[in-house]
Design a protein around this ligand. Structure first.
Ligand SMILES: [Cu+2]
Length: 69
């Protein structure tokens, strides 16, 4: 499935990379597209392996408060 998240606190491409790498550590991630300007990200994932809530938690733990939108 495909889910959009709001992601707060990203200020540069390093932040984007940190968020992307964090998400990619989870199982079942198929595609990650982060938009720094819009403060959001779109993730395609296999929802039998990982949930949207788990992705939001992972990003939040990396230091960027994230929510499913
Ligand atoms: Cu940064």
């Amino acid at each position: 499935m495909k889910q959009t998240f709001s992601i707060k606190g990203m200020s540069c491409q390093h932040c984007v990379a940190r968020v992307e790498n964090g998400i990619n550590e989870l199982p079942g991630i198929q595609k990650v597209k982060i938009n720094l300007k819009k403060e959001n990200g779109v993730v395609k994932f296999d929802d039998s392996q990982v949930s949207a809530a788990q992705i939001a938690t992972k990003v939040t733990e990396a230091g960027y408060p994230a929510e499913v939108i």
